[in-house]
Design a protein around this ligand. Structure first.
Ligand code: 13P
Ligand code: SF4
Length: 308
């Protein structure tokens, strides 16, 4: 039996669901029950009645699913699937930062650990960051962590000052503005679209800025367009499927002279074989202490309630 069939069979036997992020390899996206952005994946995790959640994404995403589903088994194909942005915000240092600014509302981007979420008032994703920030009374100072690029972008959109944590994503900071402008010169009829984790100089020249699902929807609404896409290149698979007549060009990265794409090495450690193994063995599982889980659930639930 082929591995895809074996996964399908096991999934039925064990009443499991496979949730995958848009940055996963195409063969994983193809076998998933749901493919989405961080918000969509959390919403899906919150409503599933499966007994096992196989999370084809990175650790903080699977951890969020576990926070929402303490009674379910949540497995990640490879525990090494981390996130540079989450790593840029260690909980102990963040706790000191929060304590040093006690009157602030703490908003954290979902790309952070359960321990950091436990220190948070409300979580956000790139889909709803604007709405979440706008939901906080204007006279209330805000700490925004860990992504300084998303934070700066939201500050610009809202005209609101926020205290930013100095974190970033290695993948989105690797885009080269010079190479991007060169590429645009060769394709003057293209539209630049970017994820808000990208640096300000990239966002300044983008026509559309949004989450991965926002970017896919934008492209779908321009079915004959040509796009330069500034986010992780895994998104191109779903984007092309959803808008087959568009021309999609990955934005070029700084160190990258051989390939014009930008890949998240964390997302790409998951493979179909590892996905099968983790479902079969029900391991590696995501484990969180109940004390942290209870605290981390509150800001996630606030986000979900505000995103209905
Ligand atoms: P989205 O929520 O937009 O899918 O972003 C997740 C992510 O990790 C981007 O790098
Ligand atoms: Fe984290 Fe960046 Fe990879 Fe997204 S692309 S999972 S933010 S390292």
């Amino acid at each position: 039996m082929r591995i895809k069939e074996k996964i399908e069979q096991l999934k039925k036997e064990k009443n499991a669901i496979i949730l995958a992020h848009y940055y996963q390899q195409p063969d994983i996206q193809e076998i998933a029950d749901f493919v989405g952005d961080s918000l969509g994946l959390s919403q899906e995790a919150a409503k599933t009645d499966a007994d096992i959640i196989v999370f084809a994404g990175v650790h903080f995403m699977a951890e969020t699913a576990k926070i929402l589903n303490p009674e379910k088994i949540v497995v990640l194909p490879d525990l090494e699937a981390g996130c540079s942005l989450a790593d840029s915000c260690p909980a102990e240092t963040f706790e000191e930062f929060v304590k040093a600014n006690p009157d602030h509302t703490v908003i954290t981007y979902i790309n952070c650990s359960a321990e950091v979420k436990a220190l948070t008032d409300i979580v956000c994703t790139s889909s709803n960051a604007l709405k979440i920030v706008e939901s906080i009374p204007e006279d209330k100072p805000i700490i925004f962590a860990p992504d300084k690029n998303l934070g700066k972008y939201i500050m610009k959109k809202t005209g609101r000052n926020m205290l930013l944590w100095d974190g970033s994503c290695v993948v989105h900071e690797a885009f080269s503005i010079d190479k991007l402008l060169e590429l645009y010169k060769k394709h003057p009829d293209s539209i630049i679209i970017a994820h808000p984790e990208s640096e300000e100089h990239i966002l300044n020249i983008a026509t559309y800025i949004g989450s991965t699902s926002g970017m896919i929807n934008y492209v779908k609404n321009h079915p004959k367009g040509k796009f330069i896409v500034a986010t992780e290149s895994g998104i191109l698979h779903k984007m092309q499927q959803e808008a087959p007549e568009t021309e999609l060009i990955p934005a070029p990265a700084i160190e990258d002279n051989t390939c014009a794409c930008s890949e998240c090495s964390f997302m790409k450690v998951n493979t179909l074989q590892k996905l099968y193994d983790c479902l079969l063995n029900e391991s590696p599982q995501i484990k969180i202490s109940e004390a942290i889980r209870e605290k981390a659930l509150i800001p996630i639930q606030r986000m979900l309630d505000l995103s209905k």
